[in-house]
Design a protein. Structure first.
Length: 65
């Protein structure tokens, strides 16, 4: 059941874009206002977005044995 939820999340482009945009905005805000918790939260969002995009690209490329 958990695998199907992950695969459904990977298919949603707007969700991936939203996660990355939240992260980029939070990192920028954290840097400008010297707000470390927001900066770290932004780094987490960007990392999660990157990993989801990477997994999606990895699944879409053909694998040679």
């Amino acid at each position: 059941m958990g695998l199907s939820v992950k695969s459904r999340l990977l298919d949603k482009k707007p969700l991936l874009i939203l996660i990355c945009m939240i992260g980029i905005t939070a990192v920028g805000y954290g840097m400008l206002k010297d707000n470390d918790p927001i900066f770290i939260l932004g780094i987490v969002f960007v990392t999660v977005g990157y990993l989801l995009i990477r997994r999606r690209l990895k699944d879409s490329t053909p694998h040679d044995p």
